[in-house]
Design a protein around this ligand. Structure first.
Ligand SMILES: [Zn+2]
Length: 588
């Protein structure tokens, strides 16, 4: 939250939410507010609304709402400090320089920026090698053979590391000391002689960028039959392979728009898919996915189609990635491409031979992971009891990882049918397996209908907006304990606290204090068509609440009387009943 007086608070006061949101969404003025198509869910008619007066947004379709920072955090999938920076930049507000905490930290930051700079240098160098040398020409021929034209080579920054063994080293040496060269991972040190040499030699190079688009490593494919076929940068202060997904920096927008990711194995596959115009693709660039990579992806979408190579290594990688993805609650489908001719097809080969449309068609039809796994299990020998046991044991770990109980049960039925197993036996095995995992069934926040009564809605609106009498109103509501027990109690409580302070009420900050369901309701109320509030109207709303309160009390008293007609408190109860009835009659 933007604390008063903080930089975030200053930025928020200067920023105009309509302008910031307008950079992402086409907004149209409708009355006092602006509306447009919601960027957070698919829709054809606008239910996304921005209020320049309250400086908040709310979507009546999906319930997202908040202030300018909430919007940017959701759009950019970033944390609060980053959102402040983004908004400040968009509004041309200078960002105060961050003080580094310690000399070591400053040194590390410095080293990191030098390493990034070295990678930028190396990238320029590799690109020049590919374009302007005789050796590079051979590499270009190879790339052309793989169907990569000039435009693609440029778009993905593909380069070439020459065979000499020290070409890059000589290029970088004047600017960097030996330690930096080795730290960068671009240069290796000969263990015995201590001599330095280029890590990548006679290889096609692919720059690997981090999420924000800075080159932090290279992947390199051997041009000839050199081993290994693929060689990547080692772990360095700026690169950890489990934290980076290839093509993530360019896929973000598409991931958000399409709300699913295609996960492929290598950069050639990612390039093949991306250049076919399918941008929501990322590559794990390693044998299988790591948890930080999944978390990174999860910031943009929780739906994945895994499209790994069809060979044995690819299958193993698929299965390992599946268990991790399931554990993180992803919705996963698996695309296993059919062979092209007699060749097993990776995405690169498949798109080259069969074209983009055919690939898109198969993507659309990609089966849920459960079907993929069952198909795999069916390939095992199921004629013997032992074989069946092996198949079940292959499937069990996946079932165990499904957080949702109902889904797990559906699985059991399907597995039993498909593998012709005895369902009760299988279920017993499954429930045992399930018992061993932490059970955690996540409930969806329920969508809020028009829950609150008109009187409550009106009072809430007044508490948020009636500058003139908000404080008095809050006081009255609190003194008479009028909102106690209402469905909207928590919203009232938050607004009353804010109102009593005498400070202007920030709807987004009140919202931040509420649970999802209440927050949605608050925003919905704030965006309703409404007249200017008056004190007379406020008083009549209060009367209505008092009336309802009396009715509730009367019902309580009546219940107590009926429950125990001989109680010593009976006299008191009856008196109370009389009084409540008088009050209700007078109000009529
Ligand atoms: Zn929406």
């Amino acid at each position: 939250m933007a604390e008063a007086g903080s930089f975030a608070d200053k930025v928020k006061q200067q920023a105009d939410i309509v302008r910031v949101v307008g950079e992402y969404v086409r907004l149209k003025k409708t009355g006092k507010d602006f509306s447009g198509l919601c960027p957070f869910h698919q829709e054809k008619t606008p239910s996304f609304t921005v209020s320049p007066i309250k400086q908040i947004f709310y979507c009546f379709g999906c319930g997202k709402g908040g202030d300018v920072y909430n919007f940017v955090m959701d759009m950019e999938k970033c944390e609060f400090p980053e959102a402040v920076k983004v908004v400040a930049e968009k509004c041309g507000i200078a960002i105060p320089r961050q003080k580094e905490r310690s000399p070591e930290e400053r040194k590390e930051n410095q080293q990191r920026s030098v390493l990034v700079e070295m990678h930028r240098e190396a990238q320029t160098f590799f690109v020049k090698q590919l374009q302007g040398t005789a050796e590079g020409k051979l590499a270009r021929a190879y790339l052309e053979d793989r169907g990569l034209d000039k435009a693609t080579i440029e778009r993905f920054g593909i380069g070439y590391a020459p065979s000499g063994g020290d070409a890059l080293l000589r290029h970088l040496k004047p600017k960097c000391n030996d330690k930096l060269l080795v730290d960068s991972g671009l240069v290796s040190r000969d263990q015995s002689a201590g001599r330095l040499f280029d890590r990548f030699r006679r290889r096609i190079t692919f720059p690997i960028s981090n999420e924000s688009g800075k080159i932090v490593a290279f992947g390199a494919r051997a041009l000839g039959d050199d081993m290994p076929k693929y060689l990547n940068s080692p772990e360095t202060p700026i690169y950890s392979k489990s934290n980076v997904l290839y093509h993530m920096d360019r896929a973000k927008e598409a991931l958000r728009r399409q709300d699913f990711a295609i996960l492929v194995e290598g950069y050639m596959d990612a390039i093949a898919v991306a250049r076919a115009g399918i941008s929501n693709v990322v590559a794990s660039c390693g044998t299988s996915l790591a948890e930080p990579q999944i978390k990174l992806l999860g910031r943009f979408t929780r739906r994945v189609i895994v499209n790994y190579d069809p060979d044995a290594a690819g299958q193993t990688a698929t299965e390992r990635s599946l268990s991790l993805l399931l554990e993180q609650d992803f919705e996963v489908r698996v695309l296993a491409l059919p062979p092209v001719g007699n060749k097993k097809a990776d995405p690169d080969l498949f798109i080259r031979e069969r074209g983009k449309d055919e690939y898109l068609k198969l993507l659309k039809e990609a089966p849920p992971y459960v079907d993929y796994l069952i198909a795999r299990a069916r390939q095992m020998d199921l004629t013997t009891g032992e074989g069946k046991l092996r198949a079940v044991n292959f499937l069990l770990p996946y079932v165990q990882r499904i957080p949702n109980r109902i889904l797990r049960s559906e699985w059991a039925t399907r597995i039993a049918q498909q593998l012709r197993l005895d369902e009760p036996v299988l279920r017993a095995a499954l429930s045992k397996a399930a018992a061993e995992r932490r059970s955690e069934v996540k409930t969806q926040p329920e969508l809020v209908g028009r829950a609150a009564k008109p009187v409550e809605r009106r009072l809430i609106r007044m508490l948020a907006e009636a500058e003139g009498f908000r404080q008095d109103l809050a006081q009255r509501l609190q003194n008479a304990n009028l909102y106690h027990g209402l469905e909207t109690e928590k919203i009232f409580a938050a607004l009353v606290i804010a109102g009593l302070s005498g400070q202007p009420v920030q709807a987004s900050e009140v919202g931040a204090m509420l649970e999802e369901r209440d927050r949605r309701l608050l925003f919905e109320i704030l965006f309703e068509e409404a007249n200017e509030p008056t004190w007379e109207e406020a008083m009549s709303c209060i009367e209505a609440l008092q009336h309802r309160q009396a009715e509730r009390e009367l019902a309580d008293v009546q219940r107590s009387i009926e429950a125990n007609p001989t109680a010593p408190e009976m006299r008191g109860l009856l008196e109370k009943k009389q009084e409540l009835m008088r009050r209700l009659a007078a109000a009529r």
